[in-house]
Design a protein around this ligand. Structure first.
Ligand SMILES: *Cc1c(COP(=O)(O)O)cnc(C)c1O
Length: 466
């Protein structure tokens, strides 16, 4: 501290008297401004100690920057990645009617847990359960925070301290941090693996059943396929075996497809539907709300009323409870299915079913407008693309699509993609062979003008500092 340089740093009081900080004092109060000044002075002192020149430090500027509000992370982005259920971009986009329900439930009081007939305490899942039962043909249903929580609850409530029989080919990892064997052991259940990675037969399950068996678990291997010499046991046969042995069979479907995508002409679609699995005799099915269903983040359990009742009464059910916003959005989404409006109004379904010709027309519109706006900035073409459903849903299905390929005439495609990501709204494309590819499948008509503005600005910046 003997160094005279340190003595030249101003006192907190002197910085506080800087007229540029008057506005901050009025807005944030003295104690927050003083704390920010102390931090700025500490940093200046550290820099001086490190031999970096720090006296010219703009302390008032540093304090202003430290107190400036953070830009919100969750502001809208444009998904031109071609991945419909893009985990990085928040998976499913909600329908307008789900957004309205969410908005109302958020900003107004709602009779969440009131019995409207008696005025007494009611059941928050009454309506959503009834909608799910009608859609899945199940006796009962329960909604929790997400599908991982649904599995954890089911395993904890039904199999803690006992055995769970599962095929080796179905011990999946989903999205890095979610591994089925880990969930099982956290739930206190013992894993009994049967069969081989590529082949499991009914007799393998039969041999594994014992007095210790709590349940049989089947898992739809959402995000990969075992191909070639394979065999797995159909859910009907497993369910029959379970019934015979008095053991419940739980089927984790991953994505809950409430429509038959194969029948709607989607290539490579082979997703089991909850209704089909329940009709085949599964005691319980579990699936996500925000994958193929196209609703809010939620985990949905449907099936046998006695099983659901046991889960609903377990203390873990309270730990993984769905909130009123998710329930409001899910009710509205399920209503669209019941009314036959899901294929056009649920954005996930609309994007999967969107005709390639409409995507091409949109790509040509955007390309033409871009060419006339940035004649010097970039070369712009319309090219074929392959969209993915994403979210671990039908991995075989590449959906034929169209993209605008933008090649900056100076600077790199990676840098242009970076600029597109860092503006508002952030635009997400993919970089391939020197182009930024903007797959139009998930770009709403209403987003076209914004997308154009961001593209013109980003290409303009490329030329100005390339
Ligand atoms: C995605 C998935 C899960 C996890 O669902 P979340 O809703 O993301 O928690 C569980 N099981 C399978 C088979 C999945 O595909």
């Amino acid at each position: 501290m003997a160094d005279p340089a340190f003595r030249q740093l101003p006192s907190v009081d002197r910085v506080l008297r800087d007229p540029r900080l008057a506005g901050l004092l009025a807005r944030y109060g003295r104690s927050r401004v003083v704390a920010a000044i102390r931090q700025a002075l500490n940093r200046a002192r550290e820099r001086l100690a490190a031999g970096e020149f720090g006296l010219a430090e703009d302390l008032a500027g540093a304090v202003t920057a430290a107190l400036a509000p953070e830009p919100l992370r969750l502001s809208p982005a444009i998904n031109a990645s071609g991945v419909i259920l893009n985990t990085g971009l928040g998976r499913a986009v909600l329908s307008e009617s789900a957004c309205r329900a969410l908005f109302d439930a958020a900003g107004r009081h709602v009779p969440l847990e009131v019995d409207l007939g008696t005025g007494e305490r009611g059941d928050r899942q009454l309506t959503v359960r009834s909608l799910l039962c009608r859609l899945c043909g199940s006796e009962s249903a329960l909604v929790v925070n997400n599908n991982a929580a649904a599995l954890f609850l089911a395993l904890t409530a039904l199999a803690s301290g006992r055995e769970v029989v599962i095929s080796r080919g179905e011990l999946v990892e989903i999205g890095g941090s979610f591994r089925l064997p880990d969930i099982l052991s956290q739930a206190g259940a013992r894993l009994v693996e049967v069969g081989a990675t590529n082949r499991t037969r009914l007799s393998d399950y039969e041999r594994a059943l014992s007095a210790e068996t709590a349940l049989i678990l089947a898992v739809h291997p959402s995000n990969y396929r075992i191909v070639g010499y394979t065999a797995s046991v159909e859910i009907e046969a497993l369910a029959a075996l379970g019934r015979q042995a008095g053991v419940p069979v739980i089927y984790d479907l991953g994505s809950g497809a409430l429509v038959d995508f194969a029948a709607l002409g989607v290539p490579g679609a082979s997703e089991p539907q909850p209704g089909g699995a329940i009709a085949s005799g599964a005691s319980l099915v579990a699936f996500s709300g925000d994958k193929l269903l196209g609703g809010p983040q939620a985990g949905i359990l449907a099936g046998d009323a006695a099983c659901i009742e046991r889960l609903a009464r377990h203390p873990v059910a309270r730990v993984v409870r769905a909130d009123k916003l998710a329930l409001a959005a899910l009710e509205a989404t399920l209503q669209l299915y019941l009314e036959g409006r899901a294929e056009t109004e649920v954005p996930t379904l609309a994007a999967i079913l969107r005709p390639a010709a409409a995507i091409k027309a949109q790509a040509e519109r955007v390309a033409a407008a871009l060419r006339s706006s940035v004649p010097e900035g970039a070369s712009v073409r319309v090219v074929t693309s392959v969209s993915q459903v994403g979210g671990g849903s039908f991995p075989d299905a590449g959906l034929p699509s169209w993209a605008v390929a933008v090649r900056p005439l100076s600077g790199s495609a990676a840098r242009l993609a970076g600029r597109l990501r860092s503006g508002r709204p952030a635009v997400f494309g993919r970089v391939a062979k020197g182009d930024v590819l903007l797959d139009m499948r998930c770009v709403a008509d209403a987003e076209e003008a914004e997308l154009m503005e961001r593209l013109v600005a980003a290409c303009g910046e490329e030329t100005s500092d390339g």
